[in-house]
Design a protein around this ligand. Structure first.
Ligand SMILES: Cc1cc2nc3c(=O)[nH]c(=O)nc-3n(C[C@H](O)[C@H](O)[C@H](O)COP(=O)(O)O)c2cc1C
Length: 219
């Protein structure tokens, strides 16, 4: 396999600091809409969530961005590996890679749980089988085999068919990463890529309420 000669020249677009919107969440929404409109081959809202675990070991996995308010919201099991990581170290990063657009977005900040009400509201909006799946899976724990998981799923499904009642488990819900660093990377030719970066200057509570310094980083 000749990996050393695998390379691409990026020529699709450019990103100049003079076109950067004042607030990185606004700028993200703009790029995100472009990614949605482009109907990319991969889910545009898939992002790599990196957390820090025991002994400062980093750990990363893909999750889905589910809403944007004053931060970036995703849902998971609070007792999963990522949940345990965030319990002891709430700092994390999100990475989006939109290959067809030759774009990467890096977001860093502190993660907090969203309200129980909002988590329950979203939980209820999911298809019933996804709700049951979330209840059935002891995420990140060792299973003896797949049957164990399917048995759990079917017993919860049976219970639901009898009672017509299902509730969000307390160990499942949303997290919000509130950004203090956001970087927009646009691939350019000859490796002279654009990296337009927002550094938090003053935190504000509302969606576009914070003050940011915008700088260009060397690629
Ligand atoms: C495209 C894609 C989307 C995913 N979305 C989620 C998600 O929104 N929430 C989630 O908990 N896991 C999601 N996963 C699974 C995670 O990557 C991971 O396997 C799981 O959350 C357990 O991670 P952990 O053991 O590090 O906590 C997704 C995986 C892929 C490939």
């Amino acid at each position: 396999m000749d990996l050393e000669n695998l390379r691409q020249n990026y020529t699709k677009a450019e990103f100049d600091i003079k076109n950067a919107l004042e607030n990185p969440i606004q700028q993200f929404e703009k790029w995100f809409q472009v990614a949605l409109d482009a109907e990319l081959s991969a889910e545009a809202n898939a992002m790599v969530l990196s957390t820090i675990g025991e002994n400062n070991r980093p750990s990363a996995r893909v999750v889905l961005l589910k809403s944007i308010d004053e931060g970036f919201v995703f849902y998971t099991n609070y007792e999963s590996r990522k949940g345990e990581n965030l319990e002891t170290n709430p700092y994390a990063s999100l990475t989006f890679f939109w290959a067809e657009l030759e774009r990467q977005v890096r977001i860093e900040g502190r993660v907090e749980k969203i309200s129980a009400e909002k988590s329950s509201e979203y939980f209820k909006s999911r298809p019933i089988k996804s709700q049951i799946g979330a209840i059935a899976s002891p995420q990140s724990r060792i299973l003896n085999n797949r049957e164990e998981l399917e048995t759990l799923f079917h017993s919860i499904e049976k219970n639901y068919e009898e009672t017509n009642f299902i509730e969000r488990p307390k160990n499942w819900g949303g997290y919000r990463l509130v950004p203090d660093y956001v970087e927009f990377w646009q691939g350019r030719s000859s490796r002279l890529h654009d990296r337009i970066t927002y550094l938090l200057k003053e935190h504000g509570d509302q969606r576009y309420g914070s003050l940011w310094e915008i700088v260009r980083l060397a690629p």
